[in-house]
Design a protein around this ligand. Structure first.
Ligand code: COA
Length: 156
């Protein structure tokens, strides 16, 4: 498995992966295309590819602002879950955010998304807010999570 920056040719596989998951953020094809638009807000998009480097098995997308990065979406293929791939993707975003000088990573997660909440807790995210009935289909609260980045922290 290899983690690399996403490119436009990955978009169909990224959309297919997002479609496998009810709890992923669902973006339109146009929003994914905008990832590579120079005029659009800056984003970091990573993919994990299999050993033959032919299939995208996971992706993560973060919006990159000067002082904070927002993890907007992360999905791992059903057949590749629980292998540490999401953890590696977030760790990579974390080191990229630190290198860019950002002070924290923030995100929103569905209250009952137990696997994602466990993942973020393991990585050190803590709850910073709560938005009632934030999501539809199904209606659900959002938890706001935050991970402070220490400038001297060089963990991968
Ligand atoms: C959440 C998600 C990205 C996790 O991906 P993953 O690659 O399977 O996660 P990892 O293997 O890196 O797991 C790292 C840790 O997260 C936690 N975790 C992950 N999946 C879990 C599950 N099903 N149940 C409980 N804990 C879980 C565990 O602490 C795990 O560490 P461990 O295996 O040593 O116990 C994946 O389940 C997914 O794609 N879900 C659908 C999309 C989604 O909900 N994205 C989040 C939007 S906010």
């Amino acid at each position: 498995m290899l983690i690399r920056a996403a490119n436009p040719a990955d978009i169909p596989q990224i959309i297919a992966l997002a479609g496998q998951s009810e709890t992923a953020a669902h973006w339109s094809a146009r929003e994914y295309d905008a990832l590579f638009d120079q005029e659009a807000p800056k984003r970091a998009a990573l993919v994990a590819v299999d050993d033959q480097q032919s299939a995208v098995i996971a992706f993560a997308i973060a919006r990159c602002m000067a002082d904070e990065w927002e993890l907007e979406n992360i999905v791992v293929a059903l057949s590749s879950r629980r292998l540490g791939i999401a953890q590696q993707l977030v760790q990579r975003l974390k080191s990229d955010a630190q290198r860019s000088g950002a002070g924290c990573i923030i995100l929103e997660v569905r209250e009952f998304n137990a696997s994602a909440r466990q993942l973020y807790a393991k990585l050190g995210f803590t709850e910073s807010g709560h938005r009632r009935d934030y999501y539809d289909n199904p209606r659900e609260d959002a938890l706001l999570l935050r991970l402070e980045l220490q400038s001297g922290d060089k963990t991968p």
